[in-house]
Design a protein. Structure first.
Length: 726
């Protein structure tokens, strides 16, 4: 009986897109526990509490699926034959099928499928009724008429009518040609630094959009085309508090923490804001924030809010220069009004939405449950944030490749998106990662994952919204944890990370939407594909021309022959990422000290890893000498870094990203994954301010060499340090 129950449980799991097992980083197959499968099934909406209810839940799920003639979303790739799988009662298997397509423009196309080729895929009996699944081919001439976009497909049989979203998409995502690029080159480079870590003589203690503009201008003068940073989305910086850029309140709104008050037009006319900025109290507070080594999000947010509230009140005043412009913006963005009410309610209740009173918790926020001043603040703050990010996008497009944005995998479970779109999220689980060689206990990232069936039944409306929010401004979009298009490791609430399971998404549907939006906005895509990634994920990235990532510190493994493979043409190349040790820390093994302190390895394992690390670095140095990117038998970290960046710069990669902190040999990481509150994650400022590092010889020399090699200059074989400071 137990074996039969296990078989039924696994069958039920697959019908909910849950994988009963997976292959881990060592190649071993790991089977999900009964507790993990049951918890995940409940989280996805299955009607069962104990294994005794598996059979009835299985019957219910089969009925749900077979009573739906077609799925809620269908994909037709441009230039390829297309078909639709239709599930029908067996008695209708030979009856006529018609379809109608309503284009986005409203135009109607009819396509009788009576003469179409139909292939029977499966015949089943569900609760005493026979069903047949058939693949029906669309007429080729009808497919040629369909433009790229989102259309309504209606299938009609004698059994009734059923509608689906039909996504017509190019197979390949948008990819700029050399003619599209502002610099006229198929190869470019850029720099990376978290915006909170960037600081200048005029910032309030952490970088702002004004500082990012200055960094973009400096990079362009050196020949670079991109400045990359972490997500710039709205965050919880009060109650609840979570400054992580990968746990935003929303993927639909910007973070007002980064607004530059000095660039807001209202400041010229608002005496009260000018007086506040010029007061001794404000000057002393900003000086203290600037002198601190860590970002004080709470204090800086409170100070900046004082000024933004005064400016917001000024724009709402009678006869204010931009009052009508602000009013029109708010009226034309109804979701902004909804978001501002959500944030104002959060301030009133001082908690996450799951702990709010019933009405607001369920989506109805009354006027008596919010403060009008708080509402106005969030409306105004989002307006000026949007203006400043839009200005950055225009500047970036004029100077180089365009704005580079980072799309996080998840959002904060207490955030606006989950509150507003809760049917699109799995509320009873969190996203994470299974145990691997680094994080031996697995990882629980805490956010509520997207619900595979929920987003499909809403026709990916929310997904399309957040993609458009980013692509309307970004010309390069990095998709965090791109494997999440295929599957995501989910951990049912109350279980350990080791008891999670993988849940599948409809990857082709998500790639189709990405392709449509990338072409409409002329945005090229980068997929973060690091870690344990199945081969089919990388194959999909290549098929759809989503650029992969090539990271030197990930590429080097003891078994690699040679130590580094050639950089693929369709990739973004770098030394490391924000979740990895800096190159200095990697060479010194400081990340191994971290893992030892966190209990992720023992002393013997750490000693062995140090020996392996040393051998990897020796092989790397030998490779760089052999390729004439470095000289000397015992190079220091700076020479090794310069040689590696030269190797990447001479490669076929369309984009090379340089971590600015590597150039001055920073040893401290920006984030230590899974370290929770024990480390100052997302808060460490760069050791040098913008004015200082922009003139450091070790920074200028390396970036000048990178620029030469990217341009294919004859100096590509010069040794490190041969460029003079300019």
């Amino acid at each position: 009986m137990a074996a039969i129950s296990t078989a039924l449980l696994h069958t039920l799991a697959r019908l909910y897109d849950i994988q009963p097992s997976y292959v881990d980083v060592t190649g071993a197959r790991r089977h999900a526990s009964t507790e993990g499968l049951l918890g995940m099934l409940r989280s996805l909406g299955a009607s069962l509490e104990t294994p005794t209810e598996i059979a009835s839940a299985l019957r219910e799920r089969r009925q749900q699926l077979w009573r739906e003639p077609t799925g809620p979303v269908l994909v037709a790739w441009q230039g390829q034959p297309a078909s639709v799988e239709v599930r029908l009662p067996a008695g209708l298997a030979d009856r006529p099928i018609d379809c109608a397509i309503r284009l986005e423009t409203g135009e109607e196309l009819t396509a009788p499928l009576r003469g179409a080729r139909r292939k029977t895929l499966e015949q089943v009996r569900v609760e005493g009724r026979d069903y047949v699944s058939q693949r029906v081919e669309f007429p080729a001439h009808r497919l040629r008429e369909l433009p790229v976009g989102y259309h309504e497909l209606t299938i009609e049989t004698e059994g009734g009518r059923h509608g689906s979203l039909l996504v017509v998409a190019p197979v390949k995502a948008y990819r700029p040609t050399s003619n599209d690029r502002a610099k006229g080159s198929a190869r470019t480079w850029g720099v990376f630094l978290p915006l909170y870590a960037l600081h200048s003589a005029t910032s309030w203690g952490a970088g702002d959009f004004g500082d990012l503009s200055k960094l973009m201008d400096w990079t362009a003068r050196l020949g670079g085309g991109v400045v990359a940073t972490l997500p710039l989305l709205a965050s919880f910086l009060d109650q609840p508090y979570d400054p992580s850029p990968y746990a935003p309140v929303s993927r639909l709104f910007w973070n007002e923490f980064y607004v530059d008050p000095g660039a807001i037009p209202e400041l010229r006319h608002c005496t009260a804001a000018q007086e506040a900025l010029g007061s001794p109290r404000m000057k002393e507070a900003c000086a203290a924030l600037r002198s601190a080594s860590l970002v004080d999000y709470g204090r800086q947010t409170a100070l900046k809010r004082e000024v933004l509230e005064l400016l917001g009140a000024a724009v709402a005043g009678q006869g204010a220069p931009r009052a009508e412009e602000f009013r029109r913006y708010v009226q034309s963005h109804p979701m902004l009004q909804d978001y501002a009410r959500f944030r104002a309610a959060g301030e009133r209740f001082q908690s996450g939405w799951e702990d709010w009173p019933a009405g607001p918790r369920d989506g109805v926020i009354g006027d008596d449950e919010i403060d009008q001043a708080a509402l106005n603040y969030h409306l105004y703050a989002q307006w000026v944030a949007h203006e400043q990010v839009s200005s950055l996008a225009e500047q970036a497009s004029r100077a180089g490749e365009g704005l580079y944005l980072d799309l996080p995998l998840g959002v904060h479970r207490q955030g606006y998106d989950v509150w507003r779109e809760r049917a699109s999220f799995v509320l009873g689980a969190s996203g994470g990662a299974p145990p691997d060689s680094v994080f031996t206990k697995g990882q629980d990232w805490g956010f509520a994952p997207l619900h595979p069936q929920g987003i499909r039944h809403s026709r990916y409306r929310y997904v399309i919204e957040y993609l458009r929010h980013h692509m309307s401004l970004a010309k390069v979009l990095r998709v965090d944890h791109v494997m999440g298009l295929h599957r995501l490791y989910m951990i049912p609430r109350g279980l350990e990370a080791t008891q999670g399971v993988y849940v599948r998404y409809r990857a082709e549907e998500l790639y189709a939407i990405l392709s449509v939006e990338s072409h409409r906005h002329r945005t090229w895509l980068v997929g973060e594909n690091l870690g344990t990634v199945p081969g089919h994920v990388n194959a999909s990235l290549a098929r759809h021309e989503v650029h992969a990532m090539y990271v030197v510190q990930y590429e080097m493994t003891p078994k690699a022959r040679p130590i580094l493979r050639d950089v693929p043409r369709q990739s973004v190349a770098s030394m490391n990422t924000h979740d990895m040790p800096t190159f200095e820390a990697y060479c010194r093994g400081l990340d191994l000290d971290d893992r030892l302190a966190m209990g992720l390895m023992n002393q013997s394992e750490a000693d062995q890893e140090r020996r392996v690390r040393g051998e990897l670095l020796r092989k790397l140095a030998a490779l760089l000498r052999r390729k004439r990117f470095m000289t000397g038998k015992s190079p220091g970290t700076a020479a090794l870094l310069s040689g590696c960046l030269a190797l990447l710069s001479a490669s076929r990669a369309p984009l090379v990203l340089v971590n600015l902190e590597d150039l001055w040999l920073e040893a401290e990481p920006q984030n230590v994954p899974d370290s929770k509150e024990s480390r100052p994650n997302w808060a460490r400022k760069a050791a040098h301010g913008l004015e200082a590092f922009s003139d450091l010889p070790q920074v200028i020399n390396v970036l000048s060499r990178v620029d030469q090699l990217r341009r294919g200059a004859q100096a590509s074989r010069r040794t490190p340090g041969s460029r003079r400071h300019r």
